[in-house]
Ligand binder design. Structure first.
Ligand code: GLA
Length: 401
C-alpha cells in the first residue's frame, strides 16, 4: 500500500511532462499530400475527392491512411483574437468539415503549419501562437501536422520544433508530428524525442536524377535525394523516421522510374506520402502504389532503413533486413539503357554492422520471391540471371529455407 501511494505522484509527473505522442508511427506513415500536384490550388471539394479516390482505387485497403492538406489553406490574416482562419473560399465550411468527412470514411486528416512568422507560401506562420494553434487543430480533429521552416530568422530549430511538440501534447489530441526543416539542422540527431518523422532534404521534383535551380534554392530528383545524406540510416526507426519527401509517382516520370522511386522509398522505410492527382491516376500508377508485397517491405516491423551493398557499372544493390530473418534486395539500373547481369549469391555476404544482422549465402539458402512480378523465383542456391530496363529495379524478398 505504501509503495502504491509513493508511486502516484511519480505517475502523475510522468504524464504531465511534455513529450511527443509516443507510438503513433511505429511503421512509416502512409498517405497523400496536396503540395506536389496542387500547390496552392486546393479546396474542400478537392480534399473530399481525394478521400473518395482513396476508397475507390484501393489506397485505403493497401494501408494509406492520412489525407494531408499542405500550405495555403489559410486566410491571409488571423482573426482579431489571433486565431488561424481557414481560407473562406477554399474551405467555406472550415477544416473541421473536411476532417469529419475523412474520419467518416475511416481516414485521418493532416494539416500544415510553419515554425516561422509566415509559411513558405506567405500565409500566417505559427511562431508565437503555438499553444493557441495546437488547440485550434485539436478542436478541428486534426491527426497529423507537417511543420515547415520558412521565415524562421533567429529561431533555433530544436527549440522551435520542441515548442510545437509541447503545444500539441498540451492540446491532448494525438497528432503525428512531421518536421519539415529540410535537414538543415541535422534533425536526425535530435528529432527522435520531438517528432515522428523529419525531412532529410529540400523539395523533391518530378525527375529521376536532376537538380532544378530556383535561384535561392533547388529542388531535387529522386536519386539526388537518395544520395543527399550519408551515414544517417542508424537514426531512423519505429516512431522516428528519415523522411525522403512526398512521392512523385504518377506525376510524369516513366513507369520504370516510378517503380524505382517507390521501391527505394520502401527500401528506405521512408514515409509513403503520395503526391499525385488521385482522380487521374493511371492503372500503372495505382498498381505500383498499392502493391501490398512491396508496401510490406516499407511497413516491416523492424523499421530498418536499407543500405547500399554494392555499386558497379550501372548496377546498385540495396539491401534491407526484415523481421524474422528475411531480407529485401533491390537491384537498381542507374543508367537509362537496358543492363544484363548475373549475381552468384554464394559469393556474397550481407552484413549490417549498425543493426547487427547478416545474410551469409554460403551458410544459408534462401527462397526468393519477385515482388513486382508477384512470383516465386527459385532460391539463392542458383546464380541469378536478369536483365533490367533503364532506370528500373528488380525487387526480391529472401526467406530462409
Ligand atoms: C516547403 C516544403 C514543401 C511544401 C512547401 C509549401 O517548400 O518543403 O514540402 O510544404 O514549403 O509552401
Amino acid at each position: 500500500m505504501k509503495k502504491f501511494i509513493l508511486l502516484i505522484p511519480v505517475i502523475i509527473c510522468t504524464c504531465l511532462q511534455a513529450q511527443k505522442f509516443e507510438g503513433l508511427a511505429l511503421t512509416p506513415p502512409m498517405g497523400w499530400n496536396s503540395w506536389n500536384t496542387f500547390h496552392c490550388d486546393i479546396s474542400e471539394q478537392l480534399v473530399k475527392d481525394m478521400v473518395d479516390a482513396f476508397i475507390k482505387d484501393g489506397y485505403k485497403e493497401a494501408g494509406y491512411e492520412y489525407i494531408n492538406i499542405d500550405d495555403c489553406w489559410m486566410a491571409m490574416e488571423r482573426d482579431s483574437l489571433g486565431n488561424l482562419v481557414p481560407h473562406p473560399e477554399k474551405f467555406p465550411n472550415g477544416i473541421k468539415a473536411v476532417a469529419d468527412y475523412a474520419h467518416s470514411k475511416g481516414l485521418k486528416l493532416g494539416i500544415y503549419g510553419c515554425a516561422g512568422d509566415r509559411t513558405c507560401g506567405g500565409f500566417p506562420g505559427n511562431r508565437g501562437h503555438e499553444y493557441q494553434d495546437a488547440l485550434t487543430y485539436a478542436s478541428w480533429g486534426v491527426d497529423y501536422l507537417k511543420y515547415d521552416w520558412c521565415n524562421t530568422g533567429g529561431l533555433n530549430a530544436t527549440g522551435a520544433y520542441t515548442t510545437m511538440r509541447d503545444a500539441l501534447f498540451a492540446a491532448k489530441r494525438p497528432v503525428v508530428f512531421s518536421l519539415c526543416e529540410w535537414g538543415n539542422n541535422q534533425p536526425w540527431e535530435w528529432g527522435k524525442d520531438v517528432g515522428h518523422l523529419w525531412r532529410i532534404s529540400g523539395d523533391i521534383d518530378v525527375c529521376f536524377d536532376c537538380e532544378i535551380n530556383h535561384g535561392t534554392w533547388s529542388s531535387w530528383g529522386v536519386m539526388r535525394i537518395v544520395y543527399m545524406r550519408d551515414g544517417i540510416r542508424g537514426y531512423s526507426g519505429p516512431d522516428h523516421w528519415n523522411d525522403f519527401d512526398m512521392m512523385e509517382v504518377g506525376n510524369g516520370m516513366s513507369v520504370n522510374e516510378d517503380r524505382s522511386h517507390f521501391t527505394l522509398w520502401c527500401m528506405f522505410a521512408s514515409p509513403l506520402i503520395m503526391g499525385h492527382d488521385l482522380r487521374k491516376a493511371s492503372k500503372e500508377t495505382i498498381d505500383i502504389l498499392t502493391n501490398k508485397e512491396v508496401i510490406a517491405i516499407n511497413q516491416d516491423s523492424l523499421g530498418i532503413q536499407a543500405f547500399k551493398y554494392s555499386d558497379k557499372d550501372s548496377l546498385e544493390i540495396w539491401v534491407k533486413p526484415l523481421a524474422g530473418g528475411d531480407w529485401a534486395v533491390c537491384f537498381l539500373n542507374r543508367k537509362n539503357r537496358p543492363y544484363k547481369f548475373e549475381f552468384n549469391w554464394s559469393e556474397h555476404h550481407f552484413v549490417d554492422s549498425i543493426f547487427n544482422m547478416d545474410a551469409n549465402f554460403t551458410r544459408d539458402n534462401y527462397k526468393i520471391r519477385d515482388l513486382w512480378l508477384k512470383k516465386d523465383a527459385g532460391s539463392t542456391g542458383k546464380v541469378l540471371k536478369a536483365e533490367l530496363q533503364g532506370h528500373d529495379v528488380l525487387l526480391l524478398r529472401l526467406s530462409k529455407e
